[in-house]
Design a protein around this ligand. Structure first.
Ligand code: KIV
Ligand code: ZN
Length: 525
């Protein structure tokens, strides 16, 4: 395929994706997602909105410092302060990009911005000029572009390119467009903006009508060559176009969609799992490409066809998205070397010695308790260990009395800053008893917003992966825990969330109060 058929994948999981309510990620989690995206071959990673918060600024800076292959992008509104802050976060990047935007639709200009079209046009010129003075790679977006009057849109695009933007992005901000209409819009831009050949045309489609992917693909046929999307389609409201669906549609239907991306699709399942585990946003079982049932063939007729020739019912192979058949990989006799080799095979290349040792201990423990240890078990266990290495409150042990006669009692041991504490508590059910025991040891006012259990593999001895979402005064955190025992996984997840809350409290505390908040002792006092 010619170079002109190359489509850039711009991932905004860490920016638009993170804007979904409840979907907050901390710095280390954002770094893990960014590393995964770079390894996958994503062209541009929108790492955050640096002026939005110090946390966003730090995450964009850290990602900018670390990544070498992908372009790292930061979002900025049209004002100088936003753009300067974005540049401050991005300037250490090997390949930085400033992404600046302003609304261009009559509705947004009148009610949201309260600006006349000429003033908006001037803001486009000023913002892009300022961004381009700082950074060679500037993207400009016309927010609510799909509801913008065409002559005004053409005028703004032409001026943005003249001012130095090399990517022009047309968002369907409210997910209102339908494919033929959106393709016509892109075709009209190609036909009417005289200098459009000097920029890459991009689209950014929301999924309010379930058309985000369809609109993005239609836009490619009309001349767009960058698609903005998120892993698992997470994002504001109904989300954004899903990266995995776009990339696999292009790979599976080159006859209708003759475009290529740089994405190594065998990383898709792992990226989906990572984003789902970190955000606590479960993937629906029938979700295209990454749902648990996406490659399952239950009905007899289908199974029969599959046995005769897999292509009868399978348009993509599970292997092409990185879904390797679960094999019995290791058992209780496997040693450190085999464990290390397995981790390498699963994509965990550079674990530090301590992390490796802790993960190995947990693997041995699991192998003692669980008959078959699958690849998915090891991934869950290592993800859990990676997510909790810096925790100052650590799970030690748990005994629970449960059953229909009651009372349910939890006897919990945890380590706080190196000292082991113990508490017993009753509850309305075993999970409630466990969480009450945690509250006794670590008193807090945070509200439980989500408690979610997911079985890592099939079978009654499967490991449980639990997500707990806590909210304290508007600060939301997601904690994860994996264990062969669902109650232990629940305790781990709750403690992981509390650790994250503690870090958030510390970061947002005024300077004078920082000392009071700096130890766990203060929250457990
Ligand atoms: O949906 C939207 O319009 C956006 C822009 C900021 C690109 O996210
Ligand atoms: Zn958006």
């Amino acid at each position: 395929m010619a170079d002109s058929d190359r489509v850039w994948i711009f991932d905004t999981t860490l920016r638009d994706g993170e804007q979904s309510p409840g979907c907050s990620m901390n710095l280390e989690e954002k770094l893990r997602v960014a590393r995964m995206l770079e390894e996958m071959g994503v062209d541009v990673i929108e790492a955050g909105f640096p002026i939005a918060s110090n946390g966003d600024f730090e995450a964009v800076s850290a990602i900018a410092r670390e990544l070498k292959k992908s372009v790292v992008c930061g979002l900025a509104r049209a004002g100088r302060k936003d753009i300067d802050r974005a540049w401050e976060a991005l300037k250490a990047a090997a390949r930085p990009r400033i992404h600046t935007f302003i609304s261009t639709s009559p509705l947004h200009m009148k009610y949201k911005l309260q600006m006349a079209p000429d003033a908006v046009h001037q803001a486009v010129v000023d913002s892009v000029t300022h961004a381009r003075n700082l950074c060679d790679d500037v993207e400009w977006s016309a927010e609510d572009g799909s509801r913008t009057e065409l002559p005004f849109l053409f005028r703004c695009i032409e001026s943005a390119i003249k001012a130095g933007a090399s990517t022009i992005n047309i968002p369907d901000t409210v997910g209102y467009a339908e494919p033929a209409e959106f393709a016509s819009l892109i075709a009209a831009i190609v036909a009417n903006v005289p200098n459009i050949d000097k920029a890459r045309l991009s689209v950014h489609c929301h999924n309010d009508l379930g058309l985000g992917v369809a609109n993005s693909l239609a836009a490619l046929g009309a001349g767009a060559r960058q698609v903005e999307c998120t892993v698992n389609g997470i994002g504001e409201r109904a989300g954004n176009a899903a990266l995995e669906e776009i990339v696999m549609a292009l790979r599976t239907r080159p006859d209708r969609l003759p475009f290529r991306t740089n994405v190594d699709t065998t990383h898709i399942v792992r990226a989906s799992r990572l984003v789902s585990a970190i955000t606590g946003f479960a993937v629906q079982p029938n979700k295209a490409i990454v749902g648990a049932n996406a490659f399952a063939h239950e009905s007899g007729i289908h199974q029969d066809g599959m046995l005769k020739n897999a292509q009868t019912y399978e348009i993509m192979t599970p292997e092409s998205v990185g879904l390797v058949r679960s094999t019995l990989v290791m058992g209780k006799h496997s040693g450190r070397a085999a464990f290390r080799a397995k981790l390498k095979e699963l994509g965990f290349e550079a674990l530090g010695d301590n992390l490796l040792e802790d993960a190995f201990k947990r693997f041995k423990d699991l192998a003692d308790r669980k008959k078959d240890v699958f690849d998915e078990d090891i991934v869950a266990l290592v993800d859990d260990q990676m997510g909790s290495t810096d925790d100052s409150i650590k799970f030690v042990s748990l005994q629970v009395v449960a059953g229909s006669k009651g009372p349910q009692i939890a006897d919990l041991e945890i380590e706080i800053d190196g000292t082991v504490h113990n508490a017993q508590s009753r509850g309305n059910g075993p999970v409630d008893a466990v969480f009450n025991a945690i509250k006794k040891l670590v008193p807090h006012e945070a509200k439980l917003q989500l408690y979610q259990v997911h079985a890592v593999t099939a079978g009654t001895d499967a490991q449980a992966e639990v997500t707990v979402r806590l909210d304290e005064g508007g600060k939301t955190v997601n904690g994860q825990g994996a264990d062969a025992d669902t109650l232990c996984a629940s305790a781990r997840a709750y403690l992981n969330a509390l650790n994250k809350l503690l870090i958030k409290r510390k970061k947002s505390a005024p300077a004078g109060a920082a000392a009071d908040m700096s130890t766990v002792a203060s929250i457990s006092a």
